[in-house]
Design a protein around this ligand. Structure first.
Ligand code: C3B
Length: 838
């Protein structure tokens, strides 16, 4: 505190300023002021939300100096800005994170306490912005944190969905969805910048003519126009002056449009237009790795990408620079193919608005964009029906045809006569209907292409992007994902943070490799004990949470076996369930059997239209109901489905995990990031050689990782030789027993139909090799049972897991992107003195 105050004096800022002061007294005064002047309340009638808002505004005030200073430096300076384009940001609650990054957590805790409340109580009040589905959106949030913490100039662009990812409730074991009205109590973290807005054209047709200079003009006459308004949220770096901007676009009706209809006396028509325009940023599509080829989704993608590119060009030109140098000011990262329409939009803006020639425009475009691929699943590869595409973006279709025409000339030169190659690289697919391949548009228009874990990148080069790799191998590289240790350790596990810091100081928070320093304590019995006490404390907290939410009592001394992530067949939550039933059957056969008590905790959402995933949720709950209530089990097994998995809940679950389930079919999970957060928090992993598991195992040591299952190569080989899941069922009596029980209605009050779709797909198709991996999974789980009995050894392995996770900080990932793709450097921000800006 003293240092901060001295810093303020140095910078000539009034130490006790109500908006910037960092002392407990200044914070108290700020909160009271905000309660009175912003919320219009006095303590006797203020609600918990009023206090939450008052404290949040006090925090935001303290961020604003950093924010405006950062913006000024970026716009005026010559430095390059990273522009991250993402349809999703899964930020999680801001308050606690901002307190940590501002380094005023303890002062605020004290200030709130002196006002008669607990800070935790207010932190728990925040409704998180759930503007993403899962890993991809959360990665974007971690990357924004690391960019700011590394003082890299960056803007994140996206959509300000009015409704984020749905809220999940469980009713009779089934998932039910409710709308996520996250803005209903206001959002203290954003600033609406009404003056920053852009028009976005949609639909209509293209008029072509030759102008007086003999130049071909393409005039896009839109069917309608929407306006995008900027809503900015500051993203603070950890203990630095940098505060970057997350700029989310809200769609509205442009005024001019309303006037036309109003003038014509068509009042209801005008109102209708308003609704249609606002619809674009209304709701996040809740599908994860499954495309839904809906027109509105394409409109969303184009809407935010067009606003963002117009904004970047505007920023660039305002600094007095020429459009030809755009790529020297901005580098644009495409978070999967969702924003890849940006490549055609950039061409349109350069050609039609800034009147550049094709070759010059193409040069600028292809020096601007880089593309990250996040999945190998064929059903997640975006394509757009050509007719639908033309009805939304007629001008872009022309442009894509032209890009393709020129590109295929190069392809033909390289792969002369190879029609397979030409078909596969073409931006247009020709099936029963023609379609546009967005991964191909992203690949042709980007100077760099990366996967998100080493195995994933290798598989990309061998499978979905094989022909691209052969055509331009120099574009490819790997950038293994990472997670921010600020949110995923300092914020969510303060007790472990404290214990670690007591041994190795606190610089590991910015340099996660320093966790290595813990290795030498791994065998120290005292440290082991302290370590396991923290774990137990976190498990007790989660136990209380489970009791509060579900009314269930679980034993905090039991092994917390945790699988939390989106529900998807490839992630194989049902393999986990088969193991639970296997243990249950052992107990039923021999009620006195000695097994380690376990609490199986599941959490995750299913896409609302994904029937089999929803059925898996039902199965987990159905098995839970039987297992949890069977007296023979004597509470040795408990199955918990924790509802509404989101960032808020994840923060409470990860610290309590003993075992991290990372059991996807090898070759299917691009990286995973939950695997990193869990291991960082001292959980041991049971996993396949998939995604980043491979690298985690390399780092923590194979003796500290529970490996099982087929490798990606073996999966392919088994499939090509004709995989028959039925054989596994027939030849394994325990597996047979488990599947038969599900089928016979043992877990569904004798209803034999309910799970049939699931068991049939396991027995006769089993795309995800659940039955093939069953035996190996059960065997490794038996080893885990054994390992958990040796408390000291388990503690040692747990400590080593944390100690060796340094690589998986998103700071490391972002450094790699900066050095190897973006070529940007950090720019320390000088603070502006607000009292001296006139
Ligand atoms: C996810 C992948 O499924 C994860 O393996 C990966 O760790 C993250 O992205 C981040 O790279 N993913 C997602 O959440 N949504 C998609 N549409 C595609 C991938």
């Amino acid at each position: 505190i003293e240092e901060a105050a001295a810093e303020q004096v140095k910078n000539n800022i009034l130490v006790e300023d109500a908006r910037t002061g960092l002392s407990v007294d200044a914070l108290k005064r700020a909160i009271s002021n905000n309660l009175f002047y912003v919320q219009g309340k006095y303590p006797e009638i203020a609600t918990r939300n009023d206090y939450f808002m008052a404290i949040s505004y006090a925090v935001r005030d303290r961020m604003l100096q950093r924010w405006t200073s950062s913006v000024r430096q970026y716009i005026s300076g010559k430095n390059k800005i990273v522009s991250y384009l993402s349809a999703e940001y899964l930020l999680g609650p801001h308050l606690a994170n901002n307190l940590i990054n501002l380094d005023i957590y303890s002062q605020m805790e004290q200030a709130v306490k002196e006002l008669g409340f607990s800070l935790d109580w207010l932190i728990d009040k925040e409704v998180e912005p759930g503007l993403g589905n899962g890993g991809l959106g959360r990665l974007a949030a971690c990357y924004m944190d690391s960019l700011a913490s590394l003082e890299v100039p960056a803007i994140g662009y996206g959509i300000r969905y009015q409704f984020g990812i749905f809220e999940q409730a469980i009713s009779d074991g089934w998932q039910v969805e409710d709308t996520d009205n996250w803005l209903r109590r206001g959002n203290p973290w954003e600033i609406a910048r009404r003056e920053i807005s852009y028009d976005v054209k949609l639909g209509g047709h293209v008029q072509r003519y030759i102008d007086e200079k003999g130049k071909l003009i393409n005039n896009w006459i839109p069917g309608w126009v929407v306006k995008g308004v900027a809503y900015d949220t500051p993203i603070l770096g950890y203990k630095v002056n940098t505060a970057n901007t997350l700029r989310l676009w809200k769609s509205e009706a442009p005024r001019t449009f309303d006037f036309q209809s109003f003038n014509a006396g068509e009042y209801s028509n005008a109102v209708n237009q308003k609704i249609i325009c606002e619809n674009i940023s209304k709701v996040l599509y809740p599908n994860d790795e499954q495309i839904e080829g809906k027109k509105l989704r394409l409109q969303q993608q184009y809407f935010f990408v067009s606003c963002s590119l117009q904004d970047m060009i505007n920023i660039h030109l305002r600094s007095g620079d020429k459009i030809e140098n755009f790529y020297e000011k901005f580098v644009v990262q495409l978070n999967d193919t969702h924003p890849s329409i940006g490549i055609a939009e950039m061409m349109r803006l350069l050609l039609d608005v800034h009147r550049m020639e094709w070759d010059d425009a193409w040069k600028v475009t292809t020096k601007t964009f880089a593309y990250t691929n996040h999945t190998l699943l064929p059903e997640a590869l975006e394509t757009w029906d050509l007719e639908l595409f033309a009805s939304v973006l007629p001008r872009h279709l022309d442009i894509i045809y032209e890009i393709n025409k020129r590109f295929l000339v190069d392809v033909t030169l390289k792969f002369f006569g190879n029609h397979q190659k030409i078909d596969s690289l073409s931006l247009i697919g020709e099936g029963r209907r023609k379609y546009i391949k967005m991964a191909n548009l992203a690949s042709v228009g980007s100077f760099a292409i990366n996967g998100v874990a080493s195995l994933h990148t290798e598989l990309l080069k061998k499978t979905v992007l094989k022909d691209w790799y052969e055509f331009s191998p120099e574009k490819f590289s790997n950038k293994t994902n990472g997670v921010t240790p600020r949110r995923w350790m300092v914020l969510s596990n303060p007790q472990l943070t404290k214990l670690i810091t007591s041994k190795i100081g606190d610089t590991w928070i910015k340099h996660l490799e320093e966790l290595k320093g813990l290795e030498k304590y791994a065998e120290d019995p005292e440290f082991q004990q302290a370590w396991m006490e923290v774990k137990l404390e976190q498990k007790k907290k989660l136990t209380r949470k489970i009791h509060g939410t579900l009314g269930m009592i679980v034993n905090p001394e039991s092994l917390f076996d945790i699988q939390v992530k989106r529900i998807h067949e490839y992630k194989r939550q049902h393999l986990n369930v088969l193991h639970i039933i296997t243990l249950y059957n052992r107990i039923k056969r021999n009620p006195d059997i000695d097994i380690v008590p376990r609490t199986f905790i599941f959490a995750g959402k299913s896409a609302p239209g994904y029937r089999k995933a929803k059925l898996i949720i039902k199965l987990i709950n159905a098995v839970g109901k039987v297992v949890n209530n069977d007296p023979d089990v004597k509470d040795r097994l408990k199955v918990v489905f924790y509802p509404n998995y989101n960032v808020t809940n994840a923060q409470k679950i990860y610290p309590a995990a003993d075992l991290s389930e990372q059991i996807s079919t090898a070759g299917k999970e691009a990286s995973g990031t939950g695997n990193m957060k869990l291991s960082l928090n001292g959980a041991l992993t049971v996993g396949t050689l998939d995604g980043a598991n491979v690298e985690i195992r390399e780092c923590v040591g194979e003796e500290n990782f529970f490996l099982f299952g087929l490798t990606a190569d073996e999966v392919e080989k088994t499939k090509s030789e004709g995989y028959r899941p039925w054989e596994y069922y027939k030849n394994n009596k325990y597996l047979r027993e488990v599947i038969d029980q599900i089928n016979d209605g043992y877990f569904s009050q004798l209803d034999q139909l309910i799970f049939k779709e699931l068991t049939d797909s396991l027995l006769y198709d089993d795309q995800f090799m659940v039955l093939a991996d069953y035996q190996s999974y059960v065997e490794i789980q038996d080893k885990i049972d054994e390992a958990f009995r040796d408390k000291s050894n388990w503690a040692r392995m747990s400590i080593l897991n944390t100690a060796r996770m340094g690589k998986f900080s998103s700071d490391r990932s972002i450094r790699e992107y900066c050095n190897e793709i973006w070529k940007v450097e950090s720019v320390p921000v000088e603070l502006i003195d607000p009292s001296k800006t006139s």
